[in-house]
Design a protein around this ligand. Sequence first.
Ligand code: C2E
Ligand code: MG
Ligand code: MG
Length: 683
Amino acid sequence: MLIGSYDLSLVVLSLCVAILASYTALDLAGRIASAKGIAQSLWIAGGAVAMGIGIWSMHFVGMLAFSLPIPLGYDLAITLLSLAIAMLASGFALWLVSQPELPAWHLGLGALAMGAGIGAMHYIGMAALRMQPGIDYDPLLFALSLLIAVLASGAALSIAFRLRRDTPYVRLARGGAAVIMGIAIVGMHFTGMAAANFPAGSYCAAAGSGLDSGWLASLVVVVTLAVLAIALLTSILDARLEVRTALLSSSLAKANAELTQLALHDGLTKLPNRLLLEDRIGQGMLKVGRNGGHFALLFMDLDGFKPVNDAFGHHVGDQLLVAVAQRLRAHLRAQDSLARIGGDEFVLLAELRQAQDAANLAGQVVSLLSQPFLVEGHELRVSTSVGIALYPGDGSDQQELLINADAAMYHAKGLGKNGYSFFERSMNTNARQQLQLLHDLRAALERGEFRLYYQPKFATGSERMIGAEALLRWQHPQQGLLAPDRFIGLAEKTGLIIAIGDWVLDEACRQMRLWYQQGRSDWRVAVNLSALQFCHGELVDSVRQALARHELPANCLTLEITESTAMHDVNASLAILQQLSAMGVDIAIDDFGTGYSSLLYLKRLPANELKIDRGFVRDLQHDGDDAAIVSAIVALGQALNLRIVAEGVETRQQQAFLTELGCDSLQGYLLGHPLPPEQLPAA
Ligand code: C2E
Ligand code: MG
Ligand code: MG
């Protein structure tokens, strides 16, 4: 039997290579774990090459350290095959530890496969000697070497898997593990070598023809070290880069989060603001669309917040809002969103099992906030009005839901505060339409959208027309011709009626002037006045100017004021009416019978005409009372020396009856509808 010997320095060198290869492998495992997609595949491929060369060269240097008393050489093809096997085994190992999990059976199978790979590499590498006769292996040592290979592989895999994440001291830990793994690999190699018996008389068939061992050792070591060093360096640099990128991106993420917090939250209470709320409502709508169910928007407005603010200052007011937010927040379920969308306005978005649960929730909120708050030593009490909009049902988008919840909240306030209301269609359609109408109304005068229609008045008993009442119409660009009940109230509320009233006065006088010139000098045009115009100081001047502008005698104009307007502030009315009357303008008391006139005052008013409200006229036939009232009014008017006009005459019977009662003139659809001046029959 040939006795082999070892070159100690090469043995040490092989150990160093083994340790370095192990360390590189561990480091690469870390790289692979944190890389993604293509980068991960590239790291596995590159790692397999570097690590395969490392393990293989350890083995090969270990072989070179071995010498027999006969010349040795290595078959190139077989040697390369052993290298390829080392790379394959390495690639497999790296892939295995790059998986998100490494269960025990993966580890077991992996260790077997990798151990078999290393064993195959070793013994195929030995076969490259092409010994004749073949090497005689000691079965026990052979098995032991394989066992070591499998155990070392298992240890290597599990260590690599555990150390793949960057933890503190990971480099030190990898270093220690690399030394142990290096020793295990070398141990396997030399156990395998110890298993090999070379029978006496053996010779190496690869000697001479194959690779020569002298310069090979240095070449292999240099190339291996270079490959390992490059792999290691790349890995370390890449890790550095990754750490820096991670740092950068984490600070970016932090800055982003702060910005988002600022943009989407209310600075005072830290609650979501309207923007975020709308987003959450949108998500809620999607969820309901997918899974069904309901949610409710509870629009809460504090009652009595402003007085607190005024009495204790903004600071206390702010603290109160924070306290309200905290109390609500503490009470809510995690899946509900609370937002602050305005001064003292909060909105709660709550998922519901049943739509009716919203009532319970709203009740809880109301009672929760009615408990006093202690802010800076003050005991503060507020209450809440809550408007509830449900989805699905009360709106098709975020804005509509919010507007409707808001409208319901106003309704709750109107009902006496400290309570809640469910949204109903009637609540906001009105509010929103009124708003739009007001907007249009402001522009209507300038755009010349007002028209005057004229309804003829006839003397009783004859077909003779004695004048016409000017009735305002608004030619609305979208809604068409609007009657005064649609907009007069709004115009009065906003004071626009003053300017509109002046226009009516002027336009009616202009028209009357035309009729006058056409020979209708006996006609009177009647203009309705609103209470506001009547109280406004300039009425008398306006009337005088209108008459003067159109060179119209004062007795061509009748001013109609309602009974309640005239009676509201009797003394003031008296003064104005007296001036107008002194000018020669006719005064009519409109809608007579609907108010509560004191006969005494009526007697003092310088009125010329009483217009019986059409409500009485309408029910004349059916209602004995109305007939009695009308005849009483007629009698009263006659006693006061007033002309009596009946309005709303729609039937022949009414006409006959009113004529019989002694009315002076009649007005109504039977005799003529309100029409544009050019369409008046007698014009
Ligand atoms: P009013 O002064 O009592 O005017 C009479 C209203 O009765 C008019 O309605 C007229 O169209 C309607 N009417 C006339 N005959 C009949 C009839 O036979 N049957 C029925 N059912 N209705 C009849 P309109 O034009 O809608 O005006 C409503 C009210 O608006 C007026 O009541 C008046 O108070 C007010 N108004 C109209 N024009 C003006 C204006 O220029 N200024 C002010 N301040 N108020 C105006
Ligand atoms: Mg009238
Ligand atoms: Mg009337």
